[in-house]
Ligand binder design. Structure first.
Ligand SMILES: [Cu+2]
Length: 382
């Protein structure tokens, strides 16, 4: 290895005023450094006392906390990302994974959907419990609704929970003040809409503050199959991407929503179908040469999902759920919060193929699964 050296510029003798300036600059520099150290110490002290007080306040107000008025929380916030109990692997294996398989389309012209709301505690990661507001006593996401373009959906929402809720279907063209209005506890609301627009759509509770209601698990997917058949797929899976914002680690007692973290977009966990990494432990399956269709919704409440399958290319991508055309052979397609996309892969070679949001912080927080092609052993993380 050779090093090129260039001749040094020649220095002229220093004058006395230049020397004085240097001494002054040195003193100023030392002063600034001391001030910086003092500032860091003060910040650390303030942070410690804030952490102490926020923990005790959170414990005291857990049940009655009014998230909507919780405005004055200073950053930084406590993260519980990746915090699981020591038996997490066994718990992940024992977990009953959300069935991502596309359900059949009911044969009737009017598809009656009845969801009952129920407050319930669910696991969102191994050993991590969370107090959800759930559709259909189902945890999050709610049930997958599958209809064909042209069918009428008759939706009945029964509120078996403690506070008002509602349901907003992105697949509907309907006056929201009528159909999506709040339903009081103990009450029911029925409305109909014709599913004229094909695609995969989000549904969610639209009661204010919507951020809190979605963050608490009030979302799901409705698939409106196009009248004109899509290219044949051998397997179809529905994935609802979302993120969770926790006020505690959820291990000794269930966590509730941290509205401050939801506002700051600082999730503790990100998931497909509500539970971190569940399809790593319980992979989705296909056979070599089969076409697998992923119907993906990003429920948020705030994050998009950047859908990508490691080890292959998306053969077809109906971006933004526009079922009138598809792109061919693309690597990653963004699914915006509140939007959907449909993605086909045809994989010939047996193996384990991770599907991810390629915003990799979200893989780290749990938004990753495996497609197991063929009879291969083992598991992997990516
Ligand atoms: Cu709600």
């Amino acid at each position: 290895m050779s090093v090129h050296s260039s001749p040094l510029p020649r220095r002229r003798p220093e004058t006395s005023s230049e020397a004085l300036t240097k001494v002054a600059a040195l003193i100023l520099g030392l002063l600034a450094g001391t001030l910086a150290i003092v500032a860091v110490l003060m910040w650390a002290d303030a942070r410690q006392s804030r952490d102490d007080s926020s923990t005790s306040v959170a414990a005291a107000t857990d049940a009655t906390h009014n998230h909507a008025t919780d405005h004055n929380t200073a950053l930084p916030l406590n993260s519980f990302a990746g915090v699981v109990p020591s038996n997490a692997q066994a718990l992940a294996e024992a977990h009953n994974a959300y069935d991502a398989t596309m359900p059949p389309i009911p044969a009737t012209d009017v598809v009656k959907v009845h969801m009952t709301l129920k407050d319930m505690t669910v696991q969102i990661a191994p050993g991590v419990r969370y107090n959800t507001w759930a559709f259909d006593g189902h945890g999050a996401p709610g049930p997958i609704v599958h209809v064909r373009q042209g069918q009428t959906v008759e939706m009945t929402l029964t509120n078996g929970a403690a506070i008002p809720h509602s349901i907003d279907f992105h697949a509907a063209r309907i006056a929201p003040n009528v159909a999506f209005k709040d339903v009081m506890p103990g009450q029911s609301l029925t409305f109909r809409f014709k599913a004229n627009d094909p695609g995969i759509f989000m549904y969610h509770c639209g009661t204010k503050p919507v951020l809190a209601h979605i963050a608490n698990g009030m979302y799901g997917a409705i698939v409106v199959e196009p009248k004109q058949a899509l290219p044949k797929a051998d397997r179809e899976y529905v994935l609802v991407a979302s993120e969770w914002y926790l006020d505690s680690d959820g291990i000794d007692k269930p966590a509730s929503l941290s509205m401050a973290k939801a506002r700051a977009v600082m999730p503790d966990w990100t998931t497909f179908n509500g539970y971190a990494n569940q399809y790593v432990t319980h992979p989705l399956v296909s056979k070599p040469g089969e076409t697998v269709r992923f119907w993906v919704v990003a429920a948020g409440p705030t994050l998009d999902t950047n859908f990508h399958v490691v080890g292959t290319i998306l053969n077809r991508a109906w971006a933004n759920g526009d079922m009138t055309r598809f792109q061919r052979n693309v690597q990653t397609v963004a699914v915006p919060a509140g939007g959907g996309g449909v993605f086909d892969v045809k994989i010939d070679q047996p193996g384990l193929y991770p599907f991810v949001s390629h915003a990799f912080a979200h893989v780290d927080l749990g938004q990753v699964g495996l497609l197991k092609v063929g009879n291969v052993k083992g598991t992997m993380t990516h």
